[in-house]
Design a protein around this ligand. Structure first.
Ligand code: NAP
Ligand code: MG
Length: 407
């Protein structure tokens, strides 16, 4: 298959969510250079750029998430999460919420992040030869807490009042002097959705699933997470796991940390909200660079939304606006597209589309391994004489490699 012959046909559209700043520029280049010449691209397009979110009172974000539920697959460009500075810069009517938060709430999804491994970019942990995918529970715990600064002596209690008025009371602490208290919660619904998304993704990617909490200390709270996972595994996934020869493995978080460091990678590590927040930064850094991290939001019903883990690369965009050259790494955004195209291909039994996605990923990796890369990659690569390319040159170099692979 090459540009001269027929393009790959798609039967069902995927949802395309455009975004902001430098990644929006890369988005168009990727489509023009790497997708449209080869694929008869069918997408339902939603412009999640901040201007359009503001113009539609953020309705476009909600619509794009609902379309994702309908079609089952989406690809998303990085988007600005507004803050005070953005309010002025874009003259916003409101400080719109993070699109990722809105989409995640509608899809009830879990985010899985995995590094893209390339020879020449050596992880800090030398035995990590395969990717470690982190799944972070994205609801509750310390992120939805209630806190009190205790001013002085007094009693702190945990009180639950049932809908029928019955009360359950537990002593937290009898304070002699000043202190602090924190109340956190989670729901069985949210924990169950998280567990299902993790098991489904393990099946989908044929990788072992690890899960860890502090259940030995937190005998009700963390233990409930452990029990919910085990119950859902036994009832809904055990057989499938055994057929695929993959494993579900629960261990205490301390033990998990030690095992992860000693491992060669190649599994999914499911983490509670706080653990996932911290561990995903550690794992991303150890593998090299945020610009080489992919991210996929998976709903418990098996809907997928693919994106890059990094943001809109604002600093590069301002250079671009001034007419200066940029050397922004587009690999994670390309992998968002290949992830979505491959999933679309799987769902539609379109082998050609799946093969194209594989080849485009190979082309990215091969291009970097042959020494052609962007500036940020050259800084962490062991390649002796890297050729540093600008944003467009890099995408064109990937295209040249792809042409070779498609012969
Ligand atoms: P960022 O866009 O991830 O960029 C932070 C820095 O990391 C960049 O300035 C750049 O370093 C480097 N970098 C990130 N991706 C790169 C790439 N592909 N190629 C080369 N270098 C790359 O984070 P940010 O600057 O903190 O956030 C910018 C905007 O993105 C914010 O408005 C934020 O709300 C948004 N954001 C969106 C998402 C999302 O949609 N999922 C996620 C995070 C942030 P140098 O400048 O040193 O080259
Ligand atoms: Mg963090």
């Amino acid at each position: 298959m090459s540009t001269k012959t027929e393009k790959i046909r798609m039967t069902t559209p995927l949802v395309e969510m455009d975004g902001d700043e430098m990644t929006r520029i890369l988005w168009q280049m990727i489509k023009d250079e790497l997708l449209l010449p080869y694929v008869d691209l069918k997408t339902e397009y939603y412009d999640l750029g901040l201007e359009n979110r503001n113009a539609t009172d953020d309705q476009v974000t909600v619509d794009s998430a609902n379309a994702t539920l309908k079609y089952g697959v989406a690809v998303k460009c990085a988007t600005i999460t507004p803050n005070g500075a953005r309010m002025k810069e874009y003259d916003l009517k409101e400080m719109w919420k993070s699109p990722n938060g809105t989409i995640r709430a509608i899809l009830d999804g879990t985010v899985f992040r995995a590094p893209i491994l390339v020879k020449g970019i050596v992880p800090y942990v030398k035995n990590w030869t395969k990717p470690i995918t982190i799944a972070r529970h994205a609801y509750g715990d310390v992120y939805k807490n209630t806190e009190i600064k205790v001013p002085g002596a007094g009693r702190a209690e945990l009180v639950f009042t049932g809908a029928d008025g019955t009360e359950v009371r537990e002593l937290i602490h009898d304070f002699d002097g000043a202190g602090i208290i924190q109340g956190i919660h989670n729901t069985l619904d949210s924990i169950s959705s998280f567990a299902r998304a993790c098991f489904a993704y393990a099946v989908d990617t044929k990788q072992d699933l690890w899960f860890s909490t502090k259940d030995t200390i937190s005998k009700k709270y963390d233990h409930t997470f452990k029990d919910v996972f085990q119950e859902i595994y036994d009832k809904e996934f055990k057989q499938k796991f055994e057929e695929l020869g993959i494993e579900y493995f629960y261990t205490l978080i301390d033990d998990a940390v030690a095992r992860v460091i000693r491992s060669e990678g190649g599994f999914i590590w499911a983490c509670k909200n706080y653990d996932g927040d911290v561990m995903s930064d550690m794992v991303a850094t150890a593998y090299g660079d945020l610009s080489m991290m992919t991210s996929v939001l998976v709903s418990p019903s098996g809907v997928y939304e693919y994106e890059a883990a990094h943001g809109t690369v604002q600093r590069h965009y301002y250079k671009h606006l001034k007419g200066e050259e940029t050397s922004t790494n587009s690999i994670a955004t390309i992998f968002a597209w290949t992830g979505a195209l491959r999933k679309r291909g799987e769902l539609d039994r379109n082998q050609e589309l799946q093969d194209f996605a594989d080849k485009l990923e190979q082309a990215c990796i091969k291009t970097v391994e042959e020494g052609k890369m962007t500036k940020s990659l050259s800084l962490i690569s062991t390649c002796e004489n890297p050729v540093i390319l600008n944003s467009l040159e890099f995408i064109r170099a990937i295209r040249t490699t792809l042409e070779g692979l498609l012969q």
